[in-house]
Write a protein that binds this ligand. Structure first.
Ligand code: NDP
Length: 449
């Protein structure tokens, strides 16, 4: 490797790239990382982190409404300042961006704040025109929002811009019914927007357990979010007053103040020079990789959303760690993609690990399903008619828990702990042998019938 400028050149300083760069450097490799926007990537700069902070902000709306039942008089009207929340959130993003940058620097990783493209199996060209060589190149450039090609699409925004809005839109239309659509529907609804969510089918959050998805749909509708199904986007027209009129199949046009696309994400492989090194892409434009994250070019690897395996930050981080340990640490290992927990930070949130009931029936044939459908104590006193639902799916013969799905307050926090038991292959009996922690919502996990 002595002939190269670097042992490792990482393109993209998001969750996967930063972990790979830092750990490779700690293993003794000479590492550079190029980032064209901001260190931290989607999760830190315009994804998980600022979104979760907005979710916290939105939750106050419900808590303040419920406060009276708990003895607190909240003055009415109770004002909400979007600019204050937005600016505080963006400041926190800046802080984490600084912390990520410092971590890289402290580990001796050279940060190049410019776009880099591949110009050969061991060569990278920087926007400034400089060319550098590396023993290995790691592509960790992530993905970007997909925008449907309809007339007037340029009038819409994506989640990227949602964090920077001047004001909360009075009426917002969100296209898509996946993670981002449902999370932002909850956020804007709590901030007082009239939210309409439109989707091309009548399935929200495909991949999640049906009962849990249905419960979210039911609660979201009760909260006032409008859903329009079997609605294909046809176009957006901007009026003189700045309002946007959206036309769609099977429904009347709707006029709103903001349109947000949340219709999936596409890998950022355009113009990256991958063809110069024979790196093959799949039909979605994602980099094809093997179990060691190696592309079809021996010296080029890829981790995270650009590979379109599981688009989650903790997965990208594990892929980056496995890459670094395997290539530079003498500790080869691979990412285990079984039983990855995931959550949707909707209102209320939902979370799941393992197979859905439908998947388990297809794969295992016979399964046992246990459920707990209850109203959280806090919701009862608040007079909030919102029920939580926990669902456990077990292999019939052994009782092994193969899926655990829930919707209700704090469900992601509860599921993370329960996912350890599912990952460990524990059974329904193991759960039942554990004494309930009362009063809690999580106790329902050991009381399911
Ligand atoms: P999702 O894949 O979750 O949802 C995309 C939605 O858009 C689906 O409802 C899909 O419908 C619809 N859609 C896709 N293509 C089109 C199209 N051409 N026209 C109309 N509708 C379309 O994507 P998101 O953008 O919400 O999120 C991207 C990824 O980011 C997620 O898959 C997730 O991995 C990650 N993420 C994770 C979060 C978390 O962990 N909490 C939060 C946010 C994002 P259909 O079902 O019919 O395909």
């Amino acid at each position: 490797m002595a002939d190269y400028d670097y042992d490792l050149f990482v393109i993209g300083a998001g969750s996967g790239g930063v972990r790979a760069a830092r750990v490779s450097a700690a293993h003794g490799a000479k590492v550079a990382i190029a980032e064209e926007y901001r260190v931290g990537g989607t999760c830190v700069i315009r994804g998980c982190v600022p979104k979760k902070l907005l979710v916290y902000g939105a939750h106050f709306a419900e808590d303040l409404r419920d406060a009276k039942q708990f003895g607190w008089d909240v003055p009415e009207p109770c004002n909400f300042s979007w600019p204050r929340l937005r600016d505080n959130v963006l400041r926190e993003v800046d802080r984490i961006n600084g912390a990520y940058t410092a971590t890289l620097t402290n580990h001796g990783v050279e940060i190049l704040e410019e776009r880099a493209t591949v110009s050969g199996p061991n060569q990278v060209t920087l926007a400034s025109g400089r060319t550098v060589t590396a023993g290995r190149i790691l592509i960790a450039v992530g993905a970007r929002p997909a925008i449907p090609a309809c007339p007037g699409h340029e009038h819409g925004i994506t989640s990227n811009e949602a964090f920077h809005l001047d004001a909360v839109p009075k009426r917002i239309l969100i296209a898509g019914a996946g993670y981002i659509a449902n999370e932002f529907a909850g956020i804007f609804n709590e901030f007082g927007s009239k939210v309409t969510l439109i989707n091309r089918t009548d399935v929200i959050l495909r991949g999640y357990d049906e009962s849990i998805r249905d419960r979210l749909l039911q609660i979201s509708m009760l909260k006032g979010i409008d859903f329009r199904f079997h609605a294909e986007f046809e176009g957006i027209e901007k009026g003189e007053d700045g309002c946007l009129t959206v036309t769609m199949s099977n429904h009347e046009p709707i006029t709103v103040d903001c349109v947000m696309f949340a219709t999936g994400r596409v890998p950022n492989t355009d113009g990256l020079g991958l063809e110069t090194a024979g790196v093959a892409l799949d039909d979605k434009g994602a980099i094809k990789v093997d179990e060691d994250s190696r592309s079809t070019c021996d010296s080029i690897y890829a981790v995270g959303d650009v590979t379109n395996r599981v688009q989650l930050t903790p997965v990208a981080i594990r892929e980056g760690q496995a890459f670094a340990d395997t290539q530079f640490g003498g500790k080869p290992h691979r990412v285990d993609y079984e039983n990855i927990p995931a959550a949707v930070f909707s209102h209320p949130p939902m979370a799941g690990v393992g197979m859905t009931e439908a998947q388990a029936k297809t794969k295992l044939g016979s399964v046992k399903v246990y459920q707990s459908d209850f109203r959280a104590m806090k919701n009862v006193l608040a007079g909030r008619n919102e029920r939580a639902l926990y669902k456990m799916i077990c292999e019939s013969e052994t009782g092994r828990v193969v899926g655990l799905h829930m919707i209700g307050p704090d469900s992601p926090e509860i599921l993370q702990a329960a996912a350890i038991a599912v990952k460990a292959g524990l059974t329904k009996d193991d759960f039942d042998r554990t004494v309930a922690l009362h009063p809690s919502m999580a106790e329902e996990l050991v009381l399911m019938r």
